[in-house]
Design a protein around this ligand. Structure first.
Ligand SMILES: Nc1ncnc2c1ncn2[C@@H]1O[C@H](COP(=O)(O)OP(=O)(O)O)[C@@H](O)[C@H]1O
Ligand SMILES: O=C(CO)[C@@H](O)[C@H](O)COP(=O)(O)O
Length: 484
C-alpha cells in the first residue's frame, strides 16, 4: 500500500485495474482525486496444455481483487461506488452455476490465428469486417477464441452457459448482473460498431447464442450494487459502475480529448486517441474500439512490450536501464508472436551483430524494436486534423523507466509527457465510479483531478536512421517472420 492520505474531503470511490500481470485497486477521494489507499496482487499466466497459450484462472482474478482491496482497508469499506477496468478481449466461459468451465483464454494467446484467418475469409474479408465491427479481428479478439474453443475443446464450448470478458466477470461477481459496456464489447468481434449492438449474424456463424452474452449498458448506467459478500472489504449496497476495458479506462482516467495521443507500455504496448469519428481501418492495424463514453478509441496494440524487453535484459544479464547507444543492431522482440505487425507465428529476431556490438546496444535495440511498431501506428490513430506536435502521454508500468521514455522521445521526435499519477487504468475506473455517484461525465471528473500533470520532456531530433534500419530488417525478413 502506498503512503495513505489520512484525511479526505469528499466521498470515496474504488477504481480497479485487473490487467494481465496483476490487480491494482485504488481508493480515491472524489473531491480531489487524491489516492487514499492502494493495493496490488499478482496474477499467474500459464502456457496452456502444450505450453503454447496464455491462460489465467478467473477465480484468481477474484482472489487478487479481494487481496488488493484488503490492502486498502480501512478505506475500501467506506467507498460509495466501485468500478472495474480489465484486460480486454479475454474469453471467460462459465457453466450453469457461474463457475469457469476452463481457464480464460487471454488477449495475447495467438493459438486462434487459423480461426481468425478463416473468419475473415468466411465473412467477406478485411474491408467487410472493418465496416461491420470497426476492426479486422486479430487473434486477440474474443470471437476468434470462441471459434478456437469450439474446434479444439468442443465439450468445454458445449458446457458454456455464459460468456464474459474479464471485467464483466468481476462486475458480475460484485453485483450478480451479467452486464458489460460498449468499450469492452467493441473488442469482442461480435459487436457491430455501426449499430452499436451484438451482430447476430457473426454470432450465428460461430454458433454462439446472444443469450449467453452480457447486456451492453448505455454510457452512464449503473451495473448494480455490491451484493452481500462477507469476504470482500466493500460495503454491500455500494454502487457499481459498468466498468470497461483497461485502455478505455485509462482514456477516462486521462480525461482524454481528441488529438491527444497516448502510448501505454505494459504487458501490451498500445497507442490510441479519442475520436468523434467511428474508425474502420481495413488494413487491420488500427482496431476501431468504442470508448467508455459515447465516442471512439482507435487503437493499435503490440503483444511484446515490457515483458519482452525485460526478458531480453535478463538473457543479457543486464539491468533494464543498462542500455548503450550506437551500433546498428536490430532486434525484433516478437517473443510471443506479434499482433502489430500482424505476425502471430513470428519469434524474436536479432540482426546486424558486429564484433564491436555491446550487450547494452543489443538491449537498446530491443527497446527500439518494441516501440517502433507503436510509433508507426501513431498517425493512424490520430484524426487527420490533430496537431503533429501534441505531446505523447506516456503511461503504464514502463513509463516509469528512463530507457523506455528516452526511446519514445528519440524514435518519435515528439514531446513526451509522463503523468505523475500512476495507475491510470485504476484511476479511470475510479473516475467512472465517481461519475456514476455524482451523475457527471467521468472524463470531466478526471480532468478536475488534473491526472495528466507531470513532467514534460521536450522533443529531440528523431532518429530516422534507426527507424529505417528496423523497417529494412522487417521487410527483408517477412518470410521468416510469417513462418514462425
Ligand atoms: N521502474 C520501472 N521501469 C521500467 N519498467 C517498469 C518499471 N516498473 C514496472 N515496469 C514494467 O511495467 C510492467 C508492468 O506494467 P503494467 O502496466 O502494470 O502491466 P499490465 O497492465 O500489463 O499488467 C512490467 O512488465 C515491468 O517491466
Ligand atoms: O489487447 C489489448 C488491447 O486491444 C491489450 O491492451 C489488453 O487490454 C491487455 O492490456 P495490459 O494487461 O497489457 O494492460
Amino acid at each position: 500500500m502506498s503512503a495513505a492520505v489520512p484525511v479526505h474531503e469528499g466521498p470515496l470511490v474504488i477504481g480497479v485495474d485487473s490487467s494481465t500481470q496483476s490487480t491494482k485497486a485504488l481508493v480515491v477521494d472524489v473531491a480531489t482525486g487524491a489516492v487514499v489507499a492502494r493495493g496490488q496482487a499478482p496474477h499467474t499466466v500459464s502456457g496452456g496444455a502444450a505450453g503454447d497459450g496464455k491462460e489465467s484462472d478467473p477465480e484468481q482474478w477474484w482472489a487478487a481483487l479481494r487481496e488488493a482491496l484488503a490492502q486498502c482497508e480501512p478505506y475500501a469499506p467506506q467507498a460509495a461506488a466501485i468500478s472495474i477496468g480489465g484486460q480486454q478481449h479475454g474469453l471467460v466461459t462459465l457453466d450453469r452455476s457461474g463457475l469457469p468451465v476452463r481457464p480464460a483464454l487471454l488477449w495475447n494467446d495467438v493459438r486462434s490465428a487459423p480461426q481468425r484467418d478463416r473468419l475473415i475469409g468466411e465473412l467477406g474479408g478485411f474491408q467487410a469486417w472493418a465496416e461491420r465491427t470497426g476492426s479486422v479481428p486479430a487473434p486477440s479478439f474474443t470471437v476468434t477464441k470462441w471459434a478456437w474453443l469450439r474446434e479444439n475443446e468442443p465439450e468445454a464450448a458445449r458446457a458454456t452457459a455464459a460468456v464474459r470478458l474479464p471485467h464483466d466477470y468481476l462486475t458480475e461477481r460484485l453485483t450478480g448482473q451479467g452486464v458489460t459496456d460498449r468499450g469492452d464489447a467493441s473488442g469482442t468481434g461480435w459487436w457491430a460498431s455501426a449499430s452499436e449492438a451484438y451482430d447476430e449474424e457473426i454470432l450465428a456463424h460461430v454458433g454462439l447464442s446472444p443469450d449467453l452474452l452480457p447486456r451492453v449498458l448505455p454510457h452512464g448506467a449503473a451495473a448494480g450494487t455490491v451484493q452481500n459478500l462477507p469476504d470482500l472489504p466493500v460495503a454491500a449496497g455500494a454502487l457499481v459502475a459498468a466498468g470497461t476495458g483497461d485502455n478505455m479506462a485509462a482514456a477516462l482516467g486521462l480525461g482524454l480529448r481528441p488529438g491527444r495521443p497516448v502510448l501505454s507500455l505494459g504487458t501490451s504496448g498500445t497507442v490510441y486517441a479519442v475520436s468523434a469519428r467511428r474508425p474502420a481501418d481495413p488494413t487491420g492495424v488500427v482496431a476501431g474500439f468504442a470508448d467508455a463514453r459515447d465516442a471512439w478509441l482507435p487503437l493499435a496494440c503490440t503483444l511484446n512490450c515490457t515483458l519482452a524487453v525485460d526478458r531480453i535484459a535478463g538473457l543479457l544479464g543486464r539491468d533494464r536501464e543498462a542500455v548503450e547507444q550506437g551500433g546498428s543492431t536490430v532486434l525484433l522482440p516478437f517473443l510471443d508472436g506479434e499482433r502489430t505487425p500482424d505476425l502471430p507465428l513470428a519469434s524474436g529476431l536479432l540482426y546486424g551483430l558486429r564484433h564491436g556490438t555491446t550487450p547494452g546496444q543489443v538491449l537498446q535495440a530491443a527497446y527500439d524494436g518494441a516501440v517502433f511498431a507503436l510509433l508507426t501506428a501513431l498517425d493512424r490513430v490520430l484524426d487527420e486534423d490533430a496537431a503533429p506536435d501534441a505531446p505523447i502521454l506516456l503511461i503504464g508500468g514502463g513509463a516509469r523507466g528512463t530507457a523506455w521514455r528516452e526511446t519514445v522521445r528519440r524514435l518519435s521526435g515528439r514531446p513526451v509527457r509522463v503523468p505523475s499519477a500512476g495507475d491510470l487504468v485504476a484511476l479511470g475506473a475510479a473516475a467512472q465510479a465517481a461519475g456514476l455517484l455524482l451523475g457527471e461525465d467521468p472524463a470531466a471528473v478526471a480532468r478536475g483531478w488534473a491526472t495528466t500533470e507531470g513532467p514534460l520532456y521536450e522533443p529531440v531530433q528523431r532518429d530516422d536512421a534507426a527507424l529505417h534500419r528496423i523497417r529494412q530488417v522487417m521487410s527483408g525478413a517477412q518470410e521468416l517472420l510469417g513462418r514462425g
